[in-house]
Design a binder for this molecule. Structure first.
Ligand SMILES: Nc1ncnc2c1ncn2[C@@H]1O[C@H](COP(=O)(O)OP(=O)(O)OP(=O)(O)O)[C@@H](O)[C@H]1O
Length: 245
């Protein structure tokens, strides 16, 4: 299963902010999208989720253009977690997570309970979402995506509000999902997370792909210098590398 962007370009207010670029993403892998502020990461993710029409080119899921899919079919296939997502209504955590089942018009308790458990939220299930801390709310929104059991999970900085233990737990959940065949695409600022947990890293810079490949090559000290303008070196062993400045 593939999610493919062909000649994808986005303009805002007459200014090119993304592309044109080609990208082919594989299901069953974790892809990290990295890059400086304003590089176009969130824009790329919304295009891959089919939430907006690009200015040029197209995104296709298994050779079917996203624009041609019924919104419900697209929502079943692709779970999208926006950056700084909020909850418009003050409902219980369980009901927020149940919203993930909307594309199926059911409320399968197993998938809701599994999503609550995966994000360590069972104790919060009956609490109003307004009473949660920022990190707890972020976990509830992620659980909503998991409850939909999408074939693709596209998440914009899903780790940003999470403490260390919950970051590691979430990465573990996403790794298990990818082993089961789900395509996982994460926007991450923490380059060590991308280095240690992604199978592939796409580095965006000023709307263009500056590097794309295995984490060791896409996040080499040379690329980091070129794109972020910072002198760094990687320390530590495979799977537990840290960036030293
Ligand atoms: N509606 C808009 N009008 C004009 N410019 C926009 C609009 N939306 C986004 N941009 C610009 O497009 C560029 C890419 O934005 P995007 O949010 O995709 O970047 P990003 O890589 O996700 O950044 P960050 O790391 O800060 O979240 C930025 O320069 C942003 O200012």
């Amino acid at each position: 299963m593939k999610l493919r962007a062909r000649s994808l370009s986005v303009e805002r207010r007459g200014k090119a902010i993304l592309g044109p670029l080609d990208l082919e993403l594989e299901a069953g892998t974790i892809t990290a999208i990295c890059g400086p502020n304003g590089a176009g990461k969130s824009t790329l993710l919304t295009m891959l989720a089919g939430l907006e029409k690009p200015s040029g080119g197209a995104v296709a899921l298994d050779d079917r253009p996203l624009a041609a899919l019924h919104p419900r079919e697209r929502a079943r296939a692709i779970g999208y977690l926006p950056q700084d997502g909020g909850v418009a209504w003050d409902v219980s955590v369980r009901n927020v997570v149940a919203l993930g089942r909307l594309p199926y018009r059911d409320a399968t308790p197993q998938s809701i309970d599994a999503a609550l458990a995966a994000l360590d939220l069972l104790d919060f299930a009956d609490r109003p979402v307004s009473s949660l801390s920022g990190g707890e709310r972020a976990r509830a929104l992620l659980a909503r995506v998991l409850a939909g059991e999408p074939r693709w999970i596209l998440a914009d900085e899903p780790l940003a509000a999470l403490d260390l233990a919950h970051q590691l737990a979430l990465l573990d959940v996403l790794r298990r999902q990818s082993r089961d065949g789900t395509g996982v695409v994460l926007v991450v600022h923490d380059l060590a997370v991308a280095m240690n947990h992604a199978d592939r890293v796409v580095v965006l810079d000023k709307g263009r792909v500056a590097a794309d490949g295995a984490p060791q090559s896409a996040l080499s000290a040379e690329i980091i210098r070129e794109v972020w303008g910072v002198e760094t070196s990687w320390q530590g062993k495979e799977g537990a590398k840290a960036l030293s400045f």
